[in-house]
Design a protein around this ligand. Sequence first.
Ligand SMILES: NC(=O)c1ccc[n+]([C@@H]2O[C@H](COP(=O)([O-])OP(=O)(O)OC[C@H]3O[C@@H](n4cnc5c(N)ncnc54)[C@H](OP(=O)(O)O)[C@@H]3O)[C@@H](O)[C@H]2O)c1
Length: 451
Amino acid sequence: MTDSANPIREIGVALLGLGNVGAGVIKLLEENAAAIEARLGARLNVRAIAVRAFDKRRRVEVDASLLTTDIEGTLARPDVDIVCELIGGTTDARTAVMTAIAHGRHVVTANKALLAEHGREVFAAAEAAGVDVYYEAAVCGGVPIIRVLREGLASDRVEHIHGIVNGTSNYILSTMTATGRGFADVLAEAQALGYAEADPTLDVGGGDAAHKLAVLVGLCFGTAVDVHAISTEGIDTVEPIDFRSAERFGYVVKGLVIARDHGHAIEARVHPTLVPKNWLLADVPGAKNALYVHSYALGASMYYGAGAGMLPTAMAVVSDMIEISRNMLARAAGARAMARPFAQGQRPLLPLDDIRSRYYLRLAVVDEAGVLGRIMTILGSHGISIAQVVQDESAAADGAATTHIFVITHEAREGNLRSALREIDGLPVVQRPTVVLRIAGAGNNGNAGKQ
Ligand SMILES: NC(=O)c1ccc[n+]([C@@H]2O[C@H](COP(=O)([O-])OP(=O)(O)OC[C@H]3O[C@@H](n4cnc5c(N)ncnc54)[C@H](OP(=O)(O)O)[C@@H]3O)[C@@H](O)[C@H]2O)c1
């Protein structure tokens, strides 16, 4: 309850974008207005909503007088304290965020592409201008992983992370695992159900996950990395036969982001991965996201939930607005240098050849005596030792003359494996380039990835 002598403080908000997330933000601000006001002791007041087109059908009803196509004018409004960038991409969004900061506005963004590509520039400008930039929704949607890493683990030291950060890919892989259907078929279904975009390249090709990984690396290890240099493999190359054989060896195929601090360099990679069935990550279903964090003091911890969607993502965005408002009310806004990612400059990525992993190999070979022996000899000569081998004639793909050999290796250096495979794939008896999938859980700390 307020009285006229002591009116409740209003905090002005401008939304840039009224698409999926923007509509969710409006809905949540309306539906939870009383609770937010009670928790904050102030009112979040939407003063303007910038869009591209006035006449578009919206997922929420808004007062038409709030809509504008004038982003510049919106950012310059003196009654706007917090600018919420929900347009996406790295061009207009970058200009809008940099302009907002230059005007002294605090910023909330859900845009991982922007932060992965231009994060250092954005955070440096924010620090110089004394404003806050919050971005909880940029990684794992509604799962409050940014707060966990920034605040919950502020006294700890993250050693490595394994995560499922793209819901579309996880939906497709989970469905392929459950049904044995092929990638193209399941992708078409995911598009029909609204789990995948019409152009799914960023999701299934791993680009979206690489953006999120760059943001996570910034927070976990305090360093920027070149997002374009992150080794990124999509899920579109995994075939039903690999799901079946992974299952037989005790694994589930998941699209993972993996990062590890090596001190002089950062290991960061995105690829389909064989995850041991007894890991919690193996059980992450449908479009859900999860991040497994291994830190020095806490050890293993795991964070799980909805990584996208109108309301889960809006929840993260509005919570960021509340946090900034609290900072403003406490006159602490912009004074949170410790909260900045990328604080220690840029470190190089560990070359992919230098990572260590266990590997799953699928070789398509001519079915004749001595082939297995020759392959094992080449692997051995490159220092690759074998944990399991299965030769499966029933899996023959090209008629009776071809058979598949499935190999699970012990931990090995990737460069050695690639040298061995160059030799192996050059043998006349090897019919196609060998399929290679990495297995989660290897690394150079003894308990890496155990859950
Ligand atoms: N969707 C999710 O579940 C999710 C989850 C996590 C993070 N995110 C991130 O959240 C951001 C927004 O995603 P979304 O799914 O809400 O996108 P969206 O549905 O495509 O909405 C984008 C909105 O931005 C507006 N817009 C685009 N360019 C503009 C410009 N130059 N000037 C003014 N308005 C412009 C569009 O206006 P019109 O409507 O007039 O075209 C639209 O309202 C992205 O960075 C995305 O990566 C989304």
